[in-house]
Design a protein around this ligand. Sequence first.
Ligand code: URA
Ligand code: CA
Length: 421
Amino acid sequence: MVTPYGILNRMRRGRTLTRDEVWSVVAGAADGSWTDVQLGAFLMAAAMRGLDPDETRELTLAMLESGDRWALAAEFGPLVDKHSTGGVGDTVSLIVLPVLAACGVSAAKLTGRSLGHSGGTADKLESIPGVRLDLDRAGALDLLDRFGMAIGIATGGIAPADRRLYGLRDRTSTVSSIPLVVGSILSKKLALGASGIVFDVKTGNGGFFPDVEDTRSLASSLVSISAACGTPADCVLSDMNQPLGRWVGHAAEVREALDFLAGDGDPRLFEVVAAVCRKASRLVGAATAQKDIEAVIATGAARQKLIDWADAQGAEPGWTDALDLAPVEAVVTAAGSGFLEAVDCRRIGNAFADACRPDRNPNRIDHAVALRYDVRLGQKVERGQELARVYVRRDPERLRSEVAAAIVIGERIKAPPAVAE
Ligand code: URA
Ligand code: CA
């Protein structure tokens, strides 16, 4: 009989866990029969010795089975899911789903809250007045039928074992273990049940892992374990050594997405959007080329998808004109002349995350706080030139000075490509 003590003892001695052992850990997390102490020991052992691909697959499948499975593709037909490991000024999800839907590739995703320095699509979408993101399986199928796209926050019980384990990882310094990250992300993705998943894995100092080897390892593990669990996947490695778009914010990023879909898009953002759309489409046997994306933007079809989706989720009439910026502005200017040599993207993300929660309540976000960030690595700048502009309610100096301190002007550098091969 497998007991917590027996499993932990085998892990301590470096043995590989059997399928039954991994499943009993996860069952214990879900039903409470494993204590926090025992689960904490499991997590630390997993973080220190790693989990092999079979153990990681079983961890993922067991966490998936701990909760509801929507199996959307089984009922609806081919559809793709899209996941980002979290970025700064990253509107890719807000753009990709409407573009794909307008190109005839159905797409659905359950989205998350902001985490640490990275923004969450759910928080951004909630800046749309009236929008409600609660989504259940029937609601997702209904949105897919009507618009070819669904985005929401899962109601009910998707991967409850992950919820408990994630909370314990946070308290035991085991959040950054790659197999634990993979199991956590994938168990929730697989619960939706898309035909294929495309991962946008962010590289660089604003990515989940600042280290490039860790990032590549995360990307390849997400793809291979997803496939091992029965869902084809692909990934894009996109640069997060600087904010991706021209804005960091909630309402501001929704507005940036609308502007992008109206044809006014940043070229680096376009590259990432195109790469994600291409790979997502391929997973369901479709082809979405740059010209297809340009076409659904030119006709307004993609922008209309986002508007139709928001209207269906309760957005108030006229919402596209109600994505306001906070009224107090302050400007970050170049302290000297030279080239934009480096940006601490994580520092900008953290400073923004603090600034948009003025009362430090993690659950209350001021959607109007924003940062306009319009310079790019490698660009020539002159002393006194505007580099960024903050929009807050009061005390702009805190955010302004953090952003200023994150920007290094110096030598000419070769700017990192938006999408790595
Ligand atoms: N997001 C998740 O859902 N889980 C992780 O472990 C990390 C990021
Ligand atoms: Ca709102």
